[in-house]
Design a protein around this ligand. Structure first.
Ligand code: ZN
Length: 448
């Protein structure tokens, strides 16, 4: 029997506690119905737990060491410039609005996403299966699409590709996405496209990406965006309506519902740059609850010295760096050394409490092995956020990016799909297995 097409629903920034609470209280009736028919668990995100990094992991099944997207903001060593994927409007203005748009909308997929990583869209196209995606920012595929904005040029995406009205492979009648974000017009656009696709049964895989929840949770705080969660639930309900009801939806499709990262409250904001003002060639790329510190050519300090500068900084829980064949996690001058064991797992020497976060050694190791990573990676203390390039932050609201559990745990619901993914990097291989397609070699290597 031909496997059912899969709908992969990604609700950006949704925490397990919010989803579990809404299911229990009746605040998410559609997702509750899906959960009755499927398997729910909490899963782990990647590090840094920031959307470009996470969506790249969901698309490819890889950590940052393979997909090479290191952060919302990072230093491109070969091009000798900053890349900013839109931490905030102020950060985009500081990096250059045109550059930020081009990096976010085009270059992340066309140039930055590692050539050793393979997206679901690419693998399925190679197997003769049809993919569709709406608003999903890690979209690299095999089909050429031309933008409605000529200066963006052509990109390679899934066969059916809808991206904030900038790329639309067919006319769906969906409304303009950017009319009024806080009123939900971006997800309304995604929902209109989704309804159109389900009505036509036009895919083997449909990645349905809802971004408004994260936006609201940043503003209101991680446990307050009930209204937007209700809207996300209704968006999934709209797909069910297009199929003729929940039972018909489940008859026709398998579903995976997850978020890309969590969120935690922001009570204090810090700037890390002040620790390096006297160091030529030390560059801080900070946003949300993670940062990279780069030692450019002129920098006289080594990674250990750069990390030690943060020993007394309350916003820094961990400064991580590589030293020889090992990695070091440093907190207030205390150190833990770790490295992967040949037989699997990690060798850890020192105070293990330093890395007592979900799957922390593997996530930190992969983040440090990202060729675009800084020489020091910084994970924020609970309650703290780092100001971005434009001084932006979410004081009084929510944020994410660190190794702590609240930023790192995600809800993950599978319906009609075999397997028990426990990390967002296990979603792509789970979907491929559903279609009888072998996962990329880097996934098989990780499992062995
Ligand atoms: Zn966010």
């Amino acid at each position: 029997m031909r496997p059912k097409p899969v709908i992969l629903v990604v609700i950006d920034g949704l925490t397990p506690a919010m989803l579990e609470g809404a299911i229990a209280s009746g605040g998410a009736p559609t997702l509750a119905r899906l959960a009755e028919h499927g398997t729910y668990r909490r899963a782990t995100s990647v590090f840094p737990s920031l959307t470009p990094v996470c969506l790249s992991s969901i698309a490819t099944g890889a950590h940052g060491d393979v997909h090479e997207i290191p952060h919302l903001v990072w230093y491109h060593r070969r091009d000798g410039r900053l890349v900013e994927y839109g931490s905030s409007f102020g950060a985009a203005r500081a990096a250059g609005i045109g550059k930020t748009l081009r990096d976010t909308l085009v270059n992340m997929n066309a140039e930055h996403l590692g050539v050793g990583a393979v997206t679901l869209f690419e693998t399925l196209a190679d197997a003769g299966l049809r993919s569709a995606a709406v608003n999903f920012t890690a979209y690299r595929g095999r089909t050429v699409h031309r933008s409605s904005l000529p200066f963006l040029g052509n990109v390679l995406g899934p066969e059916r590709f809808y991206f904030y009205n900038l790329f639309q492979s067919e006319r769906t009648g969906a409304p303009l996405s950017f009319r009024n974000r806080s009123a939900g017009t971006i997800d309304a656009y995604a929902t209109a496209v989704g309804r159109w696709l389900v009505t036509r049964d036009g895919f083997d895989l449909f990645v349905f990406y809802l971004s408004d929840y994260d936006y609201a949770s940043h503003e209101l705080g991680p446990d307050r965006a009930h209204d937007v969660l209700g809207r996300c639930d209704a968006a999934v309900g709209a797909l069910a309506d297009a199929a003729g009801g929940i039972d018909e939806l489940l008859e026709r499709y398998a579903l995976v519902v997850l978020s890309d990262h969590g969120q935690t409250p922001v009570r204090h904001v810090a700037s890390l740059q002040r620790h390096y003002v006297d160091v030529a060639g030390a560059l801080v790329c900070a946003s949300n609850r993670a940062a990279h510190v780069y030692a450019l050519d002129a920098c006289a300090l080594d990674p250990r010295q750069l990390a030690a500068r943060l020993d007394a900084e309350p916003s820094v829980e961990l400064a991580l760096f590589r030293e020889g064949a090992e990695a070091v996690a440093r907190r207030e001058g205390e150190e833990l050394r770790f490295a992967p064991r040949p037989q699997g797992g990690f060798h850890v020497a020192g105070d293990a409490s330093l890395l007592a976060h979900p799957d922390a050694p593997a996530r930190a190791w992969a983040a440090l092995a990202n060729p675009n990573a800084g020489d020091v990676l910084v994970s924020a203390t609970a309650g703290w956020e780092f100001a971005d390039l434009g001084g932006g932050h979410h004081l009084g609201g929510g944020s994410h990016g660190s190794l702590v559990a609240g930023d790192s745990e995600v809800p993950l619901l599978t319906v009609g799909v075999d397997g028990d993914p426990r990390s967002i990097v296990e979603v792509a291989p789970t979907v491929l297995r559903h279609f009888g397609i072998e996962a990329p070699a880097y996934v098989l290597g990780r499992a062995a």
